[in-house]
Design a protein around this ligand. Structure first.
Ligand code: GRF
Length: 189
């Protein structure tokens, strides 16, 4: 399978995925990294792993539709089968959803359907739940609403602060995301 990773920021999940691919644990080739933020650190990581990367901003286009059409053109040109979102901080529009039905996967840092949106870790922490976690799910047109593929629980201990919780969540993400992708992709889904 030919995979593209879409990311807007640090790219620590991309790093975990590419390591798993390099170790032969996920049966796919990462053909492209795309970022909607030209200064995102994920692009540096792509360069270090010799993965082709490209970046452009939505504000360079007159509409989100045109932005996605250009992205779709590049994805088609690269014959991409699966889109992996790794901290891609935008909703996927109809253009891409229609082109990749059940082929766009995301990771969210809470136990969905609790705490969707941009601040999943902080919202769970502030609510005071004792358990939160990580969800890998298919992407649909909603905010973190697609069909759930896998989840992992992270406990919030009495002495956790937001920072320590964030660290635990990210550690868990870096395990569950590659493992879940391996299960999905290796069995040909
Ligand atoms: C992760 O917490 C992920 O769950 C969320 O965005 C964050 C991306 O982190 N969707 P990174 O860029 O992979 O380090």
């Amino acid at each position: 399978k030919r995979v593209a990773v879409l990311a807007s920021g640090n790219g620590s999940n991309f790093e975990a995925i590419i390591q798993a691919v390099e170790e032969g644990r996920i049966n796919c080739s990462v053909e492209l990294v795309f970022s909607d933020k030209p200064d995102a650190y994920v692009l540096e990581r792509a360069k270090n792993h010799k993965i082709p990367f490209t970046s452009f901003m939505i504000k360079d286009f007159s509409s989100k539709l045109e932005y996605e059409q250009e992205l779709l053109r590049i994805l088609k040109e690269n014959q991409i089968d699966i889109l992996i979102l790794a901290g891609y901080m935008r909703l996927i529009g109809n253009e891409l959803l229609a082109a990749f039905p059940q082929r766009i996967i995301n990771i969210h840092p809470s136990l969905l359907p609790s705490f969707p949106g941009l601040h999943g870790i902080e919202d769970a922490f502030n609510y005071g739940v004792k358990y939160t976690g990580v969800t890998v799910h298919y992407v649909d047109s909603g905010i973190d609403t697609g069909k759930i593929i896998n989840q992992a629980v992270v406990d919030i201990a009495p002495d956790d602060d937001l920072e320590s919780l964030e660290a635990k969540i990210h550690q868990t993400e870096h395990i569950i995301y590659p493992d879940t992708l391996a299960k999905l992709i290796n069995k040909g889904e």
